[in-house]
Design a protein around this ligand. Structure first.
Ligand code: CO
Ligand code: CO
Length: 367
């Protein structure tokens, strides 16, 4: 069995345990993870079906058939033609379970038009989210996945080293974002993992500011949050730099955040819980009197999706296990003034933790 067949086999065992008849996966990370093939989600119905018993199959537009066979030759394809639409092919493919399918698990990211057609083909079924069944398998990365994640992290580190040589003052946020992206692609990344975030001056106080036309000036705090993909797997790193000599309050805030990140990372080990790691970062920032300024969770899992489980957040009792990969990214934000965030990807090892990002976390001064 290859890795996809093994993953499918594991999922089918969980379906039996959960007494679910069928799991349906839409284009995206789950499809790629389970079948070896995926594409952008679109109006053309493309789905991967895993019955509890029996062979998994695709229902796909005919124009995809060759591509699916090239990437995922292990599973059958029910192809439908543009001129006919998907319904008849879908109904035929699902005919064997039309009467028996009671509980059907569906990918949460599925388009509503796809789900409505499945509901029409399986009128007896009850529908529930698929992630409780896929989650465990996706969260614990194997060696091959870990080496892709490490490479993606390393390319992002190198891109940052390269662009930190540039003169920041006078560049727009967007120009700097493009320079980072070009450096990552030149470093053999397949592409960016998400829209590169460059937030300068007062924009750095907005945790999800993207990159706009603002020109960076001397004295600005600049948050760089970016990542790339290698073999489908993402990196995600944040560093906060200052253009010129940092003001004392910037220096102090950075020290608090970097120290909170260090403490939280050091606490990562198998057996710790996601909420404990969040609490350690939050506690360190609160102890410095900045608790109110830390307005987001401490981290998120990273894999084929840049945001996936485990979420490092208050209220998540999940126990960390070897092979889990996530970010630790505390931050503080002073509206209208500046913000600071420091983010690395870490892996839970057999006894502790390993950082995938090696770039210095000291406050960096750029020109
Ligand atoms: Co990030
Ligand atoms: Co992140």
């Amino acid at each position: 069995m290859n890795k996809y067949q093994l993953r499918v086999h594991t999922i089918q065992e969980s379906l039996r345990e959960q007494r679910a008849s069928l799991l349906v996966v839409s284009p995206g990370a789950n499809m790629l993870f389970l079948s070896g093939f995926s594409d952008q989600s679109s109006e053309r119905l493309l789905l991967f079906f895993l019955p509890q018993d029996g062979d998994p199959f695709f229902v796909a537009p005919e124009l995809y058939a060759d591509q699916i066979m090239a990437n995922s030759p292990f599973f059958r394809i029910h192809a439908w033609k543009d001129a006919e639409g998907p319904m008849q092919t879908l109904a035929c493919a699902l005919a064997p379970c039309r009467q028996t399918a009671r509980s059907v698990l569906v990918d949460e990211g599925m388009r509503a038009d796809s789900l409505l057609l499945i509901q029409e083909a399986l009128p007896q079924a009850r529908f529930a989210p698929a992630s409780p069944v896929i989650r465990r398998l996706r969260m614990r990365k194997d060696q091959e996945e870990l080496s892709l994640l490490a490479e993606a992290a390393s390319i992002a580190d190198h891109a940052l080293a390269e662009i930190s040589q540039l003169r920041f003052s006078g560049l727009t946020e967007r120009e700097l974002a493009r320079a980072l992206e070009e450096a990552m692609v030149a470093g053999s990344a397949e592409g960016i993992a998400f829209e590169t975030l460059v937030a300068s001056g007062p924009n750095s106080a907005l945790p999800h500011h993207r990159a706009g036309q603002r020109r960076i000036e001397r004295g600005d705090v600049v948050i760089l949050d970016f990542g790339c993909r290698v073999g489908g797997y993402c990196s995600d790193i944040t560093r906060t730099v200052v253009c010129g000599e940092p003001a004392p309050d910037v220096r102090a805030a950075h020290q608090v955040v970097a120290e909170a990140q260090e403490q939280a990372v050091r606490a990562v080990r198998p057996g710790a819980t996601a909420q404990e790691i969040d609490q350690i970062a939050r506690g360190a920032i609160a102890a410095a009197g900045l608790g109110e300024r830390f307005i987001h969770r401490t981290g998120h899992g990273v894999g084929l999706d840049v945001h996936e489980e485990p979420y490092i957040v208050a209220g998540n009792p999940l126990t960390l296990e070897q092979g889990m990969v996530f970010t630790v990214e505390p931050g503080v934000y002073f509206p209208g003034q500046f913000g600071v965030r420091v983010e690395d990807v870490v892996v839970v090892t057999d006894s502790s933790v390993r950082r995938l990002n090696r770039y210095s976390r000291a406050l960096q001064i750029v020109r």
